[in-house]
Design a binder for this molecule. Structure first.
Ligand SMILES: Cc1ncc(COP(=O)(O)O)c(C=O)c1O
Length: 379
């Protein structure tokens, strides 16, 4: 099903063409209301009870688990992608001379910690260069060998949405005994993802892009085999029996079940959890398959308009449904950001390319305005 415009659910003025969901999503009006309720609760803290410290965290854990078809027990709540990737890096054994496979120009939160691991353990970073026509999957499969300890990447490249087939990459990882660490930030919520099909070891995301959620809030799926691992911090909420506030100094060695031992401290996050819960609920109401199909119609229309102007983009079968990179030989010229801003068109401009990331609030008039500016810029 194609979802009709949902712009009425957002607070986006008619003259704004916000085509930058991959940067950060606008907040749903209903999520802003949830945030107001959270502020009210903090204003009246006598309404806060011990069960509140757990209930919302469990709601978002379940909402995320449903999104990726895993058990809520396998989900930790984290503040940032860098945190979840650090959990993975702390627990996956990497030996001297083993390889850690990354993509060229990967987002830094999924690079820096691996550089540290490589330096500390004498391992090597193997960076897959951008292949011709951005067909990443065969290039990544070629880079994975018997020496590979970790493959850490996303479901699409964050700069232009070019697609990476994680089901195939997961299979290859299992053949050679490599751990698969997925940064789902630029795909979860906009592209279907199945934990049973991909079988990642860790799947990490922030909530504030395609999941339409708050900043400083995210999720980390941890495969059961890693759930006895070491957390980045030792907090009291994720210890056994923490529900019993009267017994907190009766210190416990055991943790709460599953991946909860990896939860960030103060996981209850009274301001952000209600927003995250509402946005997950909305995504489930729409359905990720429907979101993907609808966004694909928009990015395909953008690709067709780009081709009319002789602009370049990856072929359809090398793209993910929800975002698209467009470039022009020699670059767009340094005036483009100003020209876009003047017309209130918001995309990400990176050197010679732009990244266009629509959502269900994007209407045809937004795309028309983008191409008015691009047409004028290349004339
Ligand atoms: C692919 C990708 N991963 C991660 C992030 C965010 O990382 P962090 O939560 O560590 O700031 C972004 C964007 O901000 C991103 O595009």
């Amino acid at each position: 099903m194609l979802i009709p415009s949902q712009r009425h659910l957002f607070d986006i003025p008619e003259d704004v063409a916000y085509l930058n969901c991959a940067f950060t999503a606008p907040l749903l009006k209903s999520a802003a209301e949830a945030a107001a309720g959270a502020v009210k609760m903090k204003s009246n803290p006598w309404t806060l009870t011990p069960p509140h410290f757990f209930s919302l965290a469990e709601t978002v854990r379940e909402g995320f688990a449903r999104l990726v078809s895993c058990n809520p027990n396998d989900v930790a709540i984290i503040p940032a992608v860098s945190y979840g990737i650090a959990v993975a890096a702390r627990n996956i054994p990497v030996k001297a001379n083993q390889a850690i496979v990354l993509l060229q120009d990967q987002f830094p939160s999924n690079v820096y910690v691996w550089r540290r691991v490589a330096e500390e353990r004498g391992a090597v970073i193997r960076t897959v260069p951008r292949p011709e026509e951005s067909r990443w999957t065969p290039a990544v499969l070629d880079a994975i060998g018997e020496d590979t300890a970790v493959v850490a990447l996303g479901n699409c490249h964050w700069t232009d949405g070019t697609f990476i087939d994680l089901v195939e990459i997961g299979k290859r990882c299992r053949q050679v005994g490599a751990a698969l660490v997925v940064d789902g930030t630029q795909s979860l919520g906009a592209m279907p993802f199945s934990v049973p099909e991909v079988q990642p070891d860790f799947l990490v995301t922030t909530a504030h892009k395609w999941m339409l959620g708050p900043y400083s809030f995210g999720y980390c799926y941890v495969a059961p085999k890693w759930q006895n691992g070491t957390a980045l911090e030792e907090n009291w909420l994720n210890r056994a029996d923490s529900e019993n506030f009267a017994g907190l100094v009766d210190y416990k060695d055991d943790y709460q079940p599953g991946a909860r031992r990896f939860d960030v401290g103060e996981v209850s996050n009274f301001f952000l959890s209600p927003v995250a819960a509402r946005t997950l609920q909305q995504i489930h109401e729409w359905g990720v398959e429907n979101i993907a199909r609808t966004l694909k119609a928009k990015t395909s229309a953008i690709a067709a308009r780009a081709r009319e102007l002789r602009l370049l983009c990856a072929p359809e079968d090398a793209r993910s449904p929800h975002m698209i990179g467009i470039s022009v030989p020699g670059g767009f010229g340094k005036d483009l950001p100003r020209q876009l801003a003047e017309k209130k068109v918001y995309v990400s401009v990176r050197g010679t390319a732009i990244r266009i990331s629509p959502h269900l609030y994007t209407v045809d008039a937004d795309i028309d305005r983008l191409f008015e500016v691009l047409g004028a810029a290349i004339r």
